[in-house]
Design a protein. Structure first.
Length: 171
Protein backbone atom coordinates (compact mmCIF):
# COMPACT_ATOMS: atom_id res chain seq x y z
CA UNK A 1 0.00 0.00 0.00
CA UNK A 2 2.87 2.33 0.80
CA UNK A 3 4.35 1.93 -2.68
CA UNK A 4 1.01 2.26 -4.38
CA UNK A 5 0.17 5.61 -2.78
CA UNK A 6 3.65 7.15 -2.69
CA UNK A 7 2.80 9.88 -5.17
CA UNK A 8 4.70 11.47 -8.00
CA UNK A 9 8.38 12.19 -8.20
CA UNK A 10 8.99 15.77 -7.12
CA UNK A 11 10.76 18.38 -9.25
CA UNK A 12 12.66 19.95 -6.35
CA UNK A 13 16.02 18.22 -5.88
CA UNK A 14 16.00 18.48 -2.06
CA UNK A 15 12.47 17.10 -1.81
CA UNK A 16 13.38 14.32 -4.24
CA UNK A 17 16.39 13.41 -2.05
CA UNK A 18 13.97 13.22 0.91
CA UNK A 19 11.72 10.91 -1.11
CA UNK A 20 14.72 8.74 -1.95
CA UNK A 21 15.58 8.54 1.76
CA UNK A 22 12.03 7.48 2.58
CA UNK A 23 12.17 4.85 -0.15
CA UNK A 24 15.51 3.52 1.10
CA UNK A 25 14.02 3.14 4.59
CA UNK A 26 11.07 1.30 3.05
CA UNK A 27 13.43 -0.93 1.08
CA UNK A 28 15.45 -1.74 4.22
CA UNK A 29 12.23 -2.61 6.06
CA UNK A 30 11.22 -4.79 3.13
CA UNK A 31 14.53 -6.65 3.28
CA UNK A 32 14.08 -7.17 7.03
CA UNK A 33 10.63 -8.66 6.40
CA UNK A 34 12.00 -11.10 3.83
CA UNK A 35 13.11 -13.50 6.56
CA UNK A 36 9.58 -13.45 8.01
CA UNK A 37 8.20 -14.24 4.56
CA UNK A 38 10.65 -17.11 4.16
CA UNK A 39 9.74 -18.48 7.63
CA UNK A 40 6.05 -18.28 6.70
CA UNK A 41 6.66 -20.21 3.49
CA UNK A 42 8.64 -22.87 5.37
CA UNK A 43 5.80 -23.28 7.90
CA UNK A 44 3.25 -23.37 5.05
CA UNK A 45 5.21 -26.13 3.33
CA UNK A 46 5.38 -28.06 6.62
CA UNK A 47 1.60 -27.72 6.99
CA UNK A 48 1.20 -28.78 3.37
CA UNK A 49 3.00 -32.07 4.12
CA UNK A 50 0.75 -32.80 7.12
CA UNK A 51 -2.60 -31.44 6.00
CA UNK A 52 -5.70 -33.25 4.82
CA UNK A 53 -5.82 -33.90 1.06
CA UNK A 54 -8.82 -31.54 0.71
CA UNK A 55 -6.73 -28.63 2.04
CA UNK A 56 -3.71 -29.15 -0.25
CA UNK A 57 -5.00 -26.95 -3.07
CA UNK A 58 -5.95 -24.11 -0.69
CA UNK A 59 -2.57 -24.14 1.05
CA UNK A 60 -0.71 -24.28 -2.29
CA UNK A 61 -2.79 -21.37 -3.47
CA UNK A 62 -1.84 -19.33 -0.38
CA UNK A 63 1.83 -20.21 -0.80
CA UNK A 64 1.62 -19.00 -4.40
CA UNK A 65 -0.19 -15.83 -3.34
CA UNK A 66 2.39 -15.02 -0.66
CA UNK A 67 5.30 -15.54 -3.02
CA UNK A 68 3.74 -13.69 -5.96
CA UNK A 69 2.72 -10.69 -3.83
CA UNK A 70 6.21 -10.56 -2.36
CA UNK A 71 7.74 -10.65 -5.84
CA UNK A 72 5.34 -7.95 -7.00
CA UNK A 73 6.19 -5.60 -4.13
CA UNK A 74 9.92 -6.26 -4.55
CA UNK A 75 9.70 -5.48 -8.27
CA UNK A 76 7.72 -2.29 -7.63
CA UNK A 77 10.31 -1.23 -5.09
CA UNK A 78 13.20 -1.86 -7.49
CA UNK A 79 11.37 -0.04 -10.29
CA UNK A 80 10.72 2.96 -8.06
CA UNK A 81 14.37 2.94 -7.01
CA UNK A 82 15.39 2.95 -10.68
CA UNK A 83 12.95 5.80 -11.44
CA UNK A 84 14.40 7.79 -8.53
CA UNK A 85 17.92 7.33 -9.90
CA UNK A 86 16.88 8.46 -13.38
CA UNK A 87 14.85 11.37 -12.01
CA UNK A 88 17.67 12.67 -9.81
CA UNK A 89 20.05 12.50 -12.81
CA UNK A 90 17.58 14.57 -14.84
CA UNK A 91 17.25 17.09 -12.02
CA UNK A 92 21.02 17.43 -11.75
CA UNK A 93 21.34 17.84 -15.52
CA UNK A 94 18.62 20.50 -15.44
CA UNK A 95 20.47 22.30 -12.65
CA UNK A 96 23.68 22.33 -14.72
CA UNK A 97 21.93 23.48 -17.89
CA UNK A 98 21.61 27.19 -16.94
CA UNK A 99 25.37 27.29 -16.44
CA UNK A 100 26.03 25.69 -19.83
CA UNK A 101 23.58 27.81 -21.83
CA UNK A 102 25.55 31.09 -21.70
CA UNK A 103 28.67 29.24 -22.89
CA UNK A 104 26.72 27.70 -25.74
CA UNK A 105 25.15 31.04 -26.67
CA UNK A 106 28.54 32.77 -26.64
CA UNK A 107 29.97 30.08 -28.91
CA UNK A 108 27.07 30.48 -31.35
CA UNK A 109 27.40 34.27 -31.27
CA UNK A 110 31.15 34.09 -31.94
CA UNK A 111 30.54 31.76 -34.87
CA UNK A 112 28.05 34.20 -36.37
CA UNK A 113 30.32 37.21 -35.83
CA UNK A 114 33.26 35.39 -37.42
CA UNK A 115 31.18 34.34 -40.41
CA UNK A 116 29.69 37.81 -40.77
CA UNK A 117 33.17 39.33 -40.97
CA UNK A 118 34.10 37.16 -43.94
CA UNK A 119 33.32 38.62 -47.38
CA UNK A 120 30.80 36.74 -49.51
CA UNK A 121 32.40 34.83 -52.38
CA UNK A 122 31.41 35.48 -55.99
CA UNK A 123 31.10 31.87 -57.19
CA UNK A 124 27.81 30.00 -56.84
CA UNK A 125 29.11 26.62 -55.49
CA UNK A 126 30.86 28.36 -52.60
CA UNK A 127 27.73 30.38 -51.78
CA UNK A 128 25.65 27.20 -51.85
CA UNK A 129 28.13 25.58 -49.45
CA UNK A 130 27.84 28.59 -47.12
CA UNK A 131 24.05 28.37 -47.26
CA UNK A 132 24.26 24.69 -46.31
CA UNK A 133 26.59 25.52 -43.39
CA UNK A 134 24.22 28.26 -42.30
CA UNK A 135 21.30 25.82 -42.36
CA UNK A 136 23.30 23.39 -40.21
CA UNK A 137 24.04 26.20 -37.77
CA UNK A 138 20.35 27.07 -37.62
CA UNK A 139 19.48 23.43 -36.92
CA UNK A 140 22.05 23.35 -34.11
CA UNK A 141 20.59 26.56 -32.72
CA UNK A 142 17.09 25.10 -32.64
CA UNK A 143 18.20 21.72 -31.24
CA UNK A 144 18.35 22.59 -27.50
CA UNK A 145 14.89 24.18 -27.53
CA UNK A 146 13.27 21.58 -25.18
CA UNK A 147 16.03 22.12 -22.63
CA UNK A 148 15.74 25.88 -23.01
CA UNK A 149 12.00 25.72 -22.53
CA UNK A 150 12.37 23.60 -19.41
CA UNK A 151 14.91 25.97 -17.86
CA UNK A 152 13.51 29.30 -19.01
CA UNK A 153 9.78 28.83 -18.53
CA UNK A 154 8.55 29.41 -14.99
CA UNK A 155 6.74 26.57 -13.30
CA UNK A 156 2.99 26.77 -13.64
CA UNK A 157 1.29 27.61 -10.40
CA UNK A 158 -2.13 26.07 -9.89
CA UNK A 159 -4.77 28.64 -10.70
CA UNK A 160 -7.19 29.51 -7.96
CA UNK A 161 -10.82 29.50 -8.86
CA UNK A 162 -12.09 33.04 -9.31
CA UNK A 163 -15.72 32.12 -9.69
CA UNK A 164 -17.97 32.98 -6.81
CA UNK A 165 -20.80 30.96 -5.51
CA UNK A 166 -24.08 32.85 -5.65
CA UNK A 167 -25.15 34.13 -2.29
CA UNK A 168 -28.47 33.11 -0.82
CA UNK A 169 -29.76 36.66 -1.09
CA UNK A 170 -29.43 36.69 -4.88
CA UNK A 171 -31.35 33.44 -5.26
Amino acid sequence: MELRFNGQLLDDQDECVDQIGDHKRFYEELNEKESEKNDTLVKANDILLKCHSDAVSVIRQWITIIQSRWDEVSNWSRQRDHRFEEHIKQLRNSAELPEELPKWLTKQENTLVDRDAEPLPDDIPTVEKLIEEHNQLMEETVAPTPELDRVCKPKQQPKLSTTRKPSRKSM
